[in-house]
Design a protein around this ligand. Structure first.
Ligand code: MN
Length: 731
């Protein structure tokens, strides 16, 4: 059946004007002199540019930019520049208007933000590495102007709200991106309301059945809940009033997505989820009374209802990194059920709901360091030329989800670190030099080793010594990416310096022995002394582990210089295997001292049978013994092989690829990623999916511990409804 579209242009014009008026009402509170004119100008330009365009629903396209501007103003609280940018966010990309036009009409700032918005428009393409690179670019704009990201979130929110008209496969793709990146981003920026809505909307498309089930259940119990909330809050209201505190107390339903998370993580049916809502006490406090008032309210609530001592969270004394402030407690309600109560002031509430933008409004308050710090961290990570885009994305996502701890310096300043951070991490957080020279720490006045894990609230003093230098095993101690990369580069630099010295010494010694100094001879000498690479040879010479007499020995071994002699090759291999353990390269250890990589052609993971192969310029490459290249390598360059085995105590993960084929069904991608991320806690690097004629064909790159881990994962993936085959593949 075809759907006829009847367009009444007069009615549409009226409707456009109505929507514009409603937008103006939403930004009324922030409007200053001249602002209204700017917004009007942007509105008129957008109307003109999009006049012949329509959305998938058949509606005039201009409804979309107006709605995005409305979200920016009303739900996030952004000001005039952002409203103008939101109205114009699609014009450069979709019409003939250029950035120069925008700059001429609206100024540099606006042009720059729109440039950012246009550039990140193609962020999510099908190619996974491109996607990561673009995402990195998108975050780079954070450094310029965080409003680019916030307007992008508003744009995404409106698209999600109006997604019913999209074809099914697009809905799935957009919803997946939203849950994978946009919702965490909103969370990190403190936009809780938007984050929750994005999550709920994604779920509506990714898991429509469950979504409907929970929504219906919630609806059924609504009357009962309202009554309960009324009974619960009326004594609180009474006593608050008696004590002279002005506040509004109300029940807030939890999002469908968070209820679903709870059902999954606790493995319980809907009926057993007790906290379907939280009680919120929002106090109308004077700015210097905020903390005292919140604790007063806490005391009132917990006098009425018995609190669970394990469930008090004080984010007022130490706000979260994204600026969130609140007191949370869980108390026993009158009907014997736990109820979460959130206590905060109006200012805190606004920051919690509208996030970053509200910070600007309350700039005089002193709690906006968290976000600045985060942006600074992102900027630092991005400016590191060694980090590749995909690693960055993983680090970034890890940082998004990891918990934070707060550590005091001796002078009482507060630093923020990820959960699990050690004294050494803290030292590097203070300054690279403090980290590099760190020999110990005092935690709460007690002397402790570098590797000590810090607890929230610890006060830490770092002890340094000018004789100290970073050690290789420090890499096992630290967790922050900052400390890791500083230690790595310092170790590399140190080794390079020593090798430089050794190289000069060796050159002189070879000259005196009349051995030509060239790559070929250097490699032969390195093999003779059972060293993996010429750089190791230089280091050994510098450390006087190889001296003139050893080189003479080498020279006297008449066949040593002839690696083509099959007898020598045999001996070399025999010698290597005789000396046993020592010659075995332990993968996972020595990562920085010996230059080795996992071969890209076969992506070995722990548990695979492997061998090392010494390359001329690229250190040692680890291949699987059943790698297609292995036979050729072993056949032609047997003497270059190095025994290798996996170090089983290492907690490293390795990249591998899975090819999944199945019958496409609603929620299939989600079920697969559910098994990978939630059940197996495996990190995904990328996922590419094609669907044709109902057949699902997916390539997934994941970080896996070992072959056992992989086999179990494959077994579980095969149990997902619709999946018919799962195979590991290379490259
Ligand atoms: Mn848009």
């Amino acid at each position: 059946m075809k759907h006829a579209l009847i367009i009444d242009t007069e009615a549409e014009k009226k409707e456009i004007l109505n929507r514009y008026k409603s937008l103006l009402r939403a930004c009324k509170s922030t409007l200053q002199k001249g602002d209204k004119k700017e917004i009007r100008k942007a509105f008129e330009l957008a109307v003109e540019c999009h006049k012949d365009m329509r959305r998938k629903s058949g509606e005039p396209y201009i409804y979309h930019p107006i709605a995005v501007a409305q979200i920016a103003a009303e739900e996030i609280g952004l000001g005039t520049t952002s409203i103008v940018c939101a109205l114009l966010h699609d014009v450069v990309e979709d019409t003939d208007i250029t950035l120069e036009d925008i700059e001429r009409e609206f100024g540099k700032k606006t042009a720059k933000i729109i440039d950012g918005l246009t550039k990140i428009a193609g962020v999510f393409d099908t190619n996974s590495s491109l996607q990561a690179e673009n995402f990195r670019k998108m975050l780079l704009t954070l450094a310029d102007d965080v409003r680019v990201i916030i307007i992008k979130l508003a744009d995404r929110l409106h698209n999600m709200r109006t997604m019913d008209f999209m074809p099914g496969h697009k809905q799935l793709k957009i919803a997946s991106e939203t849950i994978y990146l946009y919702a965490p981003l909103a969370h990190r920026l403190g936009l809780y309301a938007i984050k929750s809505e994005l999550e709920d909307l994604s779920m509506k498309y990714l898991e429509p059945e469950t979504y409907k089930l929970i929504a219906n259940n919630l609806n059924e119990k609504k009357a009962e809940r309202t009554l309960f909330v009324k009974d619960f809050i009326s004594p609180i209201n009474e006593i608050l009033k008696e004590q002279g505190l002005s506040a509004s107390v109300f029940g807030r339903p939890k999002s469908i997505h968070s209820i679903w998370n709870k059902m999954k993580s606790k493995n319980i049916p809907f009926e057993e989820v007790y906290d379907l809502f939280a009680i919120r006490v929002v106090l109308d406090s004077h700015s210097d009374q905020e903390k005292a008032d919140c604790w007063k309210a806490y005391s009132i609530v917990t006098d009425l209802y018995r609190p669970n001592p394990d469930r008090l969270r004080d984010w007022i004394s130490s706000p979260k990194g994204n600026g969130y402030e609140s007191l949370h407690t869980t108390v026993m309600g009158p009907r014997g059920q736990w109820v979460e109560v959130q206590i905060r002031t109006q200012r805190m509430n606004e920051i919690a709901e509208k996030g970053f933008a509200a910070h600007w409004k309350y700039k005089e308050s002193n709690n906006d360091n968290g976000l600045d710090l985060w942006i600074q961290n992102v900027r630092e990570m991005l400016s590191n030329p060694e980090s590749n885009a995909l690693d960055f994305l993983d680090d970034f996502k890890m940082n998004l989800f990891s918990d934070e701890i707060f550590i005091f310096t001796p002078k009482g300043a507060l630093l923020q670190l990820p959960l699990g951070a050690t004294a050494l991490d803290f030292a590097f957080e203070i300054h690279t030099d403090v980290g590099a020279k760190c020999i110990g720490a005092k935690v709460n006045q007690k002397l402790v080793p570098l590797a000590t894990k810090l607890q929230n609230g610890d006060q830490v003093e770092i002890i340094t010594s000018s004789k100290q230098a970073p050690k290789e095993d420090w890499l096992n101690i630290v967790v922050t990416s900052k400390a890791k990369s500083k230690i790595k580069s310092s170790l590399k630099e140190e080794k390079r310096k020593i090798a430089e010295i050794g190289k000069e010494i060796l050159e002189r010694k070879l000259k005196s022995l009349k051995i030509t100094y060239n790559t070929e001879n250097l490699e032969k000498i390195a093999y003779y002394f059972k060293l993996q690479a010429t750089q190791d040879l230089f280091v050994a010479v510098a450390n006087a582990k190889i001296e003139l007499k050893d080189l003479k020995e080498f020279l006297n071994d008449e066949n040593a210089l002839d690696t083509n002699n099959p007898k020598i090759q045999e001996e070399f291999v025999a010698q290597k295997s005789k000396s046993g353990e020592k010659d075995v390269l332990l993968i996972g250890e020595d990562m920085q001292l010996i230059d080795y990589n996992l071969a890209k052609c076969c992506n070995p993971i722990p548990g695979d049978d492997v061998f090392g192969f010494t390359t001329i310029n690229d250190g040692i490459k680890i291949h699987r013994t059943n790698c297609p290249n292995a036979t050729q390598l072993m056949a032609n360059y047997g003497y270059r092989m190095v025994k290798a085995k996996w170090n089983s105590d290492q907690q490293l993960t390795f990249l591998t690829n899975l090819h999944i084929i199945g019958i496409d069904a609603v929620g299939l991608i989600n079920n697969i990623t559910q098994v990978i991320s939630n059940d197996f806690k495996v990190n995904m690097r990328s996922i590419t999916v094609e669907t044709e004629d109902g057949i699902f064909d997916g390539m997934i790159s994941i970080y896996i511990k070992d072959t056992n881990h992989l086999e179990n994962l494959i077994k579980n993936l095969l149990e997902v409804n619709g999946v018919t085959s799962v195979t590991r593949y290379d490259g």
